[in-house]
Write a protein that binds this ligand. Structure first.
Ligand SMILES: Nc1nc2c(ncn2[C@@H]2O[C@H](COP(=O)(O)OP(=O)(O)OP(=O)(O)O)[C@@H](O)[C@H]2O)c(=O)[nH]1
Length: 326
């Protein structure tokens, strides 16, 4: 079960969201070209509500691609997402995985699907990129707060990078208005106005805006994590445990989580129950639930915490107290 260098083997994951027709695929092909120019080997997961994936046809054939068709990864086929991620990593060992969700997907729910994969394989969710159709955003806001506008807002809120696209169709004052609206809806994300998803600054690719997957070992050694780019906008934190933890202490930790963390799940081993017992835990809105499991194959002891603007440092401290008691 040894994991020689988890940092080196963690696969970066980028989640690409944005409303129907906002320009996700256009941006994705720019992103893939850029990664390939850098000598990287990216892989893609494309999700379509329908049974065919036309967008996939537009992309480079050398890029390994998993298609998840006929359902939405944020709901009906969410369980499959983890499996797809894990098998892409096993088969192709990509340097990065980009998940393009359907325009109708709620990114928080999709994020939840990504966390499933963290149990089976080492990964790091780096950014949530939301492509915003500039003219459509302004139009929808004018029309009032319908369901579509609400979904757009959710996609905007959970982004770490906002591409304000189709700015060629905006008047200068509309551009300002759209930027202001994005800033109101999301105080933390980097906002980049784009035409056809074209961007010049790719630095964010190597920065972790969403989560910092950490294990105790790393933390002991380090203290050199990069905080300056995180904007305090942490939405998912992945923690790998090195060994079993004490069950009461762990349950107490879940009960003491701040309100800003509304979801957690993972697999833990308890030191005080019969040897080798492992549990799948779920936590949502103050309720926790443990199911004893006997995993087939290798499954990490890992906990993933999801929330809005919570302090990763405080959470890590709480976890370390549990580890110390164990
Ligand atoms: N005028 C203009 N058109 C754009 C821009 N970016 C993309 N488009 C066009 O908008 C349409 C939708 O772009 P896609 O990249 O397919 O959008 P998508 O978000 O992947 O669409 P779905 O897969 O349907 O959700 C295409 O016809 C693009 O050529 C832009 O910046 N300006």
């Amino acid at each position: 079960m040894s994991q020689p260098n988890r940092e080196a083997t963690k696969t970066p994951i980028y989640l690409l969201s944005g409303f129907l027709g906002s320009g996700k695929t256009t941006f994705l092909s720019n992103l893939l070209s850029h990664l390939k120019q850098e000598g990287k080997r990216p892989a893609v997961i494309m999700n379509e509500l329908g049974d065919i994936n036309l967008d996939g046809e537009l992309l480079d054939r050398d890029v390994p691609m998993a298609e998840m068709l006929g359902g939405c990864i944020c709901c009906s086929i969410r369980g499959d997402l983890g499996v797809e991620i894990a098998s892409l990593i096993q088969q192709h060992h990509p340097d990065a995985i980009i998940i393009e969700s359907t325009g109708a997907a709620n990114p928080m729910e999709t994020l939840d699907g990504v966390t499933d994969a963290a149990m089976y394989t080492s990964l790091e969710l780096r950014s949530v990129i939301t492509v915003v159709d500039g003219p459509e955003l302004l139009e929808r806001r004018k029309l009032g707060k319908g369901r579509t506008y609400k979904l757009m807002v959710e996609q905007i809120r959970c982004a770490t990078l906002l591409l304000l696209n189709k700015t060629d169709k905006l008047e200068p004052e509309q551009l300002v208005e759209a930027q202001q609206l994005l800033r109101e809806l999301n105080a933390h994300a980097v906002i980049v106005p784009t035409v056809r998803g074209g961007i010049v600054d790719w630095e964010w690719l190597s920065e972790t805006a969403v989560s910092k997957a950490t294990d105790a070992h790393e933390h002991e050694q380090g203290g050199h994590e990069e905080h300056h780019h995180s904007h305090g906008h942490v939405m998912a934190y992945t923690h790998y445990f090195d060994g079993p933890v004490q069950s009461d202490a762990f349950e107490a930790l879940l009960q003491q989580l701040p309100d800003s963390i509304y979801r957690a799940k993972g697999v833990v081993s308890f030191s005080d129950t019969s040897s080798g017992s492992r549990y799948l835990f779920q936590y949502a809105y103050k309720e926790s639930d443990f199911i004893r499991i006997e995993p087939q194959g290798k499954v990490n002891d890992v906990a993933v915490f999801i929330g809005e603007h919570f302090s990763k440092e405080e959470l890590l401290q709480m976890i370390e107290e549990v580890v110390a008691e164990s």
